[in-house]
Each structure stands twice: as structure tokens, then as C-alpha cells.
Write a protein that binds this ligand. Sequence first.
Ligand SMILES: C[S@@+](CC[C@H](N)C(=O)[O-])C[C@H]1O[C@@H](n2cnc3c(N)ncnc32)[C@H](O)[C@@H]1O
Length: 194
Amino acid sequence: MDEQFLKKHQKRIKRLKARVKSSRVTVHNMRPYEDFLYSLGKFWKFGEKITILEIGVGYGQSTNAFLKGLKDRVEPIDGIENDGILYSIDIKKKHQRSVKDEELKKRWVFIHGDSKEVGWDKPIDILFIDGSHTYENCRADYKKYEPFVLEKGLILLHDVLYPQMGVYKAWNEIKYPKFILSMNRPGLGLVTKE
Ligand SMILES: C[S@@+](CC[C@H](N)C(=O)[O-])C[C@H]1O[C@@H](n2cnc3c(N)ncnc32)[C@H](O)[C@@H]1O
């Protein structure tokens, strides 16, 4: 691009750059699934306290979606507990700042560390794997946390539709019943244990 061209189209280029920057149409785009994650947080196992474990917070799209759902769980009826908590593991401490709303933070536990190394001993209702996308790490996350998922629980893996990503291979090795929500290219994989 020569200087004259740049000068002539400067405004347009600036506008396009801004649009690309604000666009969420990237490999890790979670946007199409936010409503679904919200609904899981809100409705999964009505009348019980649920535990969600998320690996990979990033800039918090999935985290905030789950938390908004948990916050909106309907009021308990006749003293039935109907609450939930989201544990999120991320290797980068800065992602603790991805949840800003104080109300949402009440149901959130951020665990700073490598998912392969942090200690875990709780039963899980929903496991969401969206941390490291290499085959080895994704498989390690699945192997480590899947045994904690309750029989009627749900396991989700993001980005299962890209053959060039390790998640794809790890996903294809899973033997439980599974299907893919492919509302956009990355694909959200769902696994049930029964
Ligand atoms: C694709 S982003 C997560 C996006 C997020 N789920 C969302 O919807 O916005 C992946 C995240 O996983 C984290 N991560 C990568 N390797 C990890 C590991 N071994 N343990 C924990 N977190 C890891 C990265 O720091 C990054 O924040």
C-alpha cells in the first residue's frame, strides 16, 4: 500500500480496523453460546445447589454467562435450595478481573493456576473445558476432571470443530454419548455420561 492510498483511505481503514477489533468472530468466539450457558446456569437441576467447573476464563464471556444464569436461578420454593457456584481455573491471574459485577462475584471462585496442577475434590454438575487447546492439555483436563462429573452431569468442550486444533482430536476420542452445537464454526461439544 503506498502512502497516497493510505492517506486517501485513512478514515475507512481506521473504521475497518475498529470493526475487526470489536468483532467477536474469532476462533474462540463464545458469543453464539452465551445464551445457552446462561440457561444452563439458570435452569440446570432446579431445586438443587449446582457446581460448575470452568477451565479457561480469558476475557470472561463464558464465565459471565454462567454467572448471570446462576444469579437468576429462581427463588427457592418451600425452602428448597436452588443456588449454584462457579469455580473457574485460569493460569493467568489477570483474568480474575474478567468478572466486574459484585453481584456475580458472590457465586464465583477464581482459582489461579494450571488446570493440570490445581487440587480438586468436588462433585461437578457441569464441566466446561476451554483452557489450553493443545491435544495433550485438553485430554489431560478431560481425564482429570471427568471422573468428578456426576452421572447426570454435563461436559462441554469449546472449539471441537477445528481439525487443526488439539481439542478436535481430544473430542473425537471421547467415548460417551456426545453431540456438537455448531452455531458457529468453533463448535461447542456436549457430552453426557449415560
Ligand atoms: C480461549 S480462552 C477462554 C475463553 C473463555 N472461556 C471465554 O468464553 O471468554 C483460554 C483460557 O485458558 C487459559 N489457560 C490456558 N492454559 C491453561 C492451563 N493449563 N490451565 C488453566 N488455564 C489455562 C488461558 O489463560 C485463557 O485465559
